[in-house]
Each structure stands twice: as C-alpha cells, then as structure tokens.
Design a protein around this ligand. Structure first.
Ligand code: HEM
Length: 505
C-alpha cells in the first residue's frame, strides 16, 4: 500500500519534472536559442547594428527621455527625425541606413534606404508579406485581425472586399457630407477638436451611427491607444505582459468593450439590412458578407468586428493628424494660408455646394497635403515580417525577420531631398508627384507595394472639405503656449496638443 502511494508520488513528480523541463526548454529555445540563431544569421549576411543585451535587446537605449522645444526659437523646427526617433537618428550615423536592432528578443531590420526597399519589395508579392507577430499580439485589442494585420490568402480576401466597398461607399459619403454641410447645422463642426470631428465623420458616414455612439467609440479607441502606446511596455521582451499587468488588463478590457459596441451596431444594422438598401461602408460590408458568391467566402462576425475597428481607427486618426499638422504649418506660414484661401475663392464658388470634382480642382491644397505628409507623416513607419527568405543584392533576409521602414527618416533625408529638406515648401509637389525626391521609394506616406493604404482617396476628400471650411471661416496663428514635440503614439502626433488662436474672417 505504502509502496503504491510512493510509486504514485514518484510518477507525479516525474511528470512535473518532465513538464518543467519541457517548458524550460521551450522558453530557452524561443527566448535565447532561436533569437541568437537569427542574430548570427543576420550578422553573417553583413547586417550590423547596436549590440543587444538580454532580455531587453536595445530597449534601454530607445526609452531614454527626450524633450520638446518652442517651435519659433528653433533654427530647423521641422527636422523632426532626431525628436521622434532619436535612437534611429543616432544609430544611422554609426550603422548606415539598413541595420538590425532588437526589441527584447525580437530582431528588427531597420530600413531607411529606398533602393534597398525597392529591391526587397520587388521580391515579395503583397499576400506573401507578414506583419510582425509581436505587434499583432500586442495590438490585438485595437485591430484584431482586420485588414492592417491579416496575412496571406485571408488578406487577399479582406482587401478585395474592403477595397471594392471603399470605392462604392465614397460617392455615397460625399453626397452625405454635402447634405450635412447644407443642413446649416454645425454637424461637421470644425471648431471642435479635429480628431473627434474626424471620428464623428467616419462614424456617421461609414457606419451610419449617431454622433453619440461614434463619440463613445472614439473615446474608447483613444483610451486604448493611450494605454497601449503612452509608456514603454517592453514589447518583444519575454513575459512583458507580467511587467505591466494593469496596462495589459486595461487594454484587454477596452478592446472587449469596443468589440461589444461594434457587435451591437452590427446586430442592429443586420436587422434592418433587408428593408433598407446599404448606404454606407457598414451596410455594404454586411451585404457583401451575405453574398458568398460575389466576393468569395464571407466575413465571419469576428472578422466584421475587426474590420470595423480597423477602419474606424484608420479612417479617422491618420486624416485628423494630417489636418492637425497642416494647421500648425499654415499657422506658421501665413502666406500659404492666404494662397489656399485665394484658391478656395477661385475654385469653390460656394462652400455650401461642395462636390468631389470641384474639390479636385484645389491643386495647391493637394501640394500642401503632400508636403505635410512628407514632413509630418501620420503613419511614421511601415512594418513587415518576412514569411520566407528574401534575397536583396547579395544578402539574405531570413524568414521571420521583422522589418521597420523608417518613413520619417526617409522623408527627412537631405541625400534624397536636398539641403532644403526640412523646409515647408509645398511647391516642390507642383509638377512632381514625388516632390522632387531623388528616389520614388523615398516618399511613402501611404506605404508601398500591394499593401498600400486603401483610404487615400477618402483622405484627400475629407482633407479638402474640412480645410476648405476652416479656411473660409477663420484665419489663425500659433499660440505662444505651443511646445513643439512630435511624438510617436503609434501615429505621429503633437505631444502637447496644438493650441491655435483663431480670428473669424
Ligand atoms: C493621412 C491619412 C492616411 C495615412 C497617412 C495612411 C497611411 C497608411 C500606411 C502607411 C499604411 C500601411 C501601408 C503598408 O503597410 O505598406 C496604411 C494602410 C492602411 N490604411 Fe491608411 N492611411 C491614411 C488614411 C486611411 C483611411 C482614411 C483609411 C480608412 C478609411 C485607412 C485604412 C487603411 C487600411 C485598412 C490599411 C491596411 C491596408 C492593407 O494592409 O492591405 N487609411 N495606411
């Protein structure tokens, strides 16, 4: 009897030991052996970079504090690369424009060389690209597996559905905006905070939801963004979730709340979809997900929620920031404010009757947008992950390598743009879509290749409408309390807001 009990205890201990050894080996393999192998492979291929330490990689150097500066006192205020990415600016000097750095135990290939980017991009089809798994996991509450994150055949399916719907819904949306503006009520209220306004616009026009529900989604998304990106959470470091349990839990809870909000919006709409023809993106999306034959396999409810989150966030934040940075640049370049106002007077006879063709005539406004997205790209970097070995020249980027394409770095590179690289000169886009950049891959505010942004046309439209309305009603200057501190919180935003002094015209 005693022997039996002893033998059972021994067996249990053995199982526990084997389990412990197995887990330890797995951790050792994923945290140490596998990253070391990738590191050596990248080194053998000639990629240099700052020496990482275990387990933080290069995070300690990346999180050193940086300050802001009053814009007016600085000699080169738009030279933001050292402000936004001080560590990349430093490392570029030592290791060039392509090197490896480490987020925890995750190797990242840093790329700010357009020729390298072009060759690498030519090697991989859009659906062959991955998105860094480490970011996918970390940002799951925000994007789920929506179009920004999805990969492979699934990406092709989502992209097909979404791109078609974007085109169809944009026309309807424009008609809606026109009637909103014509209604005389301040429904597109340019005086309120721009991000909220852009969020409300996408809420109303793409999802057909009330300002109240839209506002709720915007607030929750913003809280989620702050939770995820305001402080360093050691992304890439093993078990980082346990270092910041509160943030991880908060993000999870917020993500679930947003999911529930969208699920209820979707369910509500599904009830009425049979009676009403689809008027907006959500309506078309739901209709498409019923029509298996037309667009391939339909989207599941979870996929629908993820796409809603992705489009809601992608559809307001980036455009809102482009408008915000534009206001900063116009506030400090009153000559351009006047030029745009003159152009509006010439092209738009009546701001109560805006339409897409008329707005396309605002050429100078287009140059201004391009120049703003060059100096202050709302999406300051583009990310990829290799899903197979990629050959560029005589080096191999091994399968699984994460890539970080430094858009800010390329947009501020004097070798690509010339000595006036940090000056606000919209006229550089007058006769050149690439603003005179010496390499076409050096100007990529909307990304590159087959995974380029699907929302570009919508942005051009929204930007022209909102800016036309603002410039027709106000002139504005920069408040003395403004501190220039462009910061990365997923997107590139003014860390301390943008206080402007408005004068009604
Ligand atoms: C100033 C405005 C915008 C900027 C600067 C911007 C920038 C970008 C960038 C850099 C990418 C990544 C492309 C790549 O990986 O190569 C992207 C992708 C994407 N954008 Fe935008 N975007 C803007 C507006 C919008 C709008 C208005 C929407 C939606 C309504 C949108 C939805 C998306 C989506 C869904 C993707 C993922 C596409 C894919 O991976 O297939 N974006 N955007």
């Amino acid at each position: 009897m005693e022997f039996l009990e002893l033998s059972r205890a021994f067996n249990l201990a053995m199982v526990a030991l084997v389990l412990f050894l197995f887990l330890s080996l797995r951790i050792l393999f994923s945290c140490w052996i596998s990253p070391t192998r990738v590191y050596q492979k990248l080194r053998r291929n000639g990629f240099g970079g700052p020496i990482p330490s275990f387990p933080l990689g290069n995070i300690s150097e990346m999180t050193k504090k940086k300050g802001g500066s009053p814009l007016v006192n600085s000699n080169s205020p738009h030279d933001i690369h050292p402000l936004a990415f001080p560590y990349f600016a430093r490392w570029q000097k030592s290791y060039g424009k392509v090197f490896i750095y480490w987020l925890g135990v995750e190797p990242f290939l840093y790329i700010a060389d357009p020729e390298f980017l072009k060759k690498m991009s030519a090697e991989v089809l859009a659906k062959g690209w991955g998105k860094p798994t480490v970011f996918k996991n970390d940002r799951d509450p925000m994007f789920g597996n929506g179009l920004v994150m999805v990969e492979g055949e699934n990406w092709a399916r989502h992209r097909h559905v979404m791109a078609n719907l974007m085109v169809e819904s944009t026309t309807t949306m424009l008609d809606k905006w026109t009637s909103l503006i014509n209604s005389g009520k301040p429904e597109i209220d340019v005086e309120t905070e721009i991000t909220t306004t852009a969020g409300e616009i996408i809420a109303k026009t793409s999802f057909g939801i009330s300002y109240l529900s839209g506002h709720k989604v915007v607030q929750k998304l913003r809280a989620l963004q702050m939770t995820l990106f305001k402080s360093n959470r050691y992304v890439g470091v093993p078990f980082n979730k346990f270092f910041c349990p509160k943030q991880t839990l908060d993000a999870k809870i917020l993500g679930k709340e947003i999911d529930r909000l969208f699920l209820s919006i979707i369910t509500e709409r599904q009830k009425s979809i049979k009676k009403q023809p689809p008027q907006d993106l959500l309506g078309l999306l739901l209709q498409a997900s019923h029509l298996d034959g037309r667009l391939g396999k339909s989207l599941t409810p979870k996929e629908l929620v993820d796409e809603c989150k992705t489009f809601f966030f992608g559809g307001h934040e980036t455009t809102a920031l482009a408008i915000t940075w534009t206001l900063l640049l116009l506030a400090t370049h009153s000559e351009w404010q006047n030029q745009l106002r003159d152009e509006i007077r010439e092209v738009v006879k009546d701001t109560e009757q805006l339409d897409a063709n008329m707005l396309a005539g605002l050429k100078k406004m287009g140059w201004v947008l391009n120049e703003v997205l060059r100096l202050y790209p709302s999406a300051p970097n583009v990310q990829r992950q290799a899903r197979g070995d990629i050959r560029v020249n005589d080096v191999t980027i091994p399968n699984g390598t994460n890539m970080w394409i430094d858009v800010v770095g390329m947009h501020h590179d004097p070798a690509l743009w010339g000595e006036d690289v940090n000056e606000f000169k919209p006229e550089r886009f007058k006769d050149d879509l690439y603003g005179g950049c010496k390499h076409k891959m050096g100007y990529v505010p909307f990304g590159f290749g087959g995974r380029m942004c699907v929302g570009r046309n919508l942005t051009f439209l929204e930007y022209r409408i909102v800016l036309t309305l603002i410039l027709s009603r106000f002139s504005f200057t920069l408040s003395p309390s403004y501190t220039h501190s462009p910061a990365i919180l997923l997107s590139l935003r003014p860390r301390h807001g943008l206080p402007l002094v408005f004068q009604p015209l």
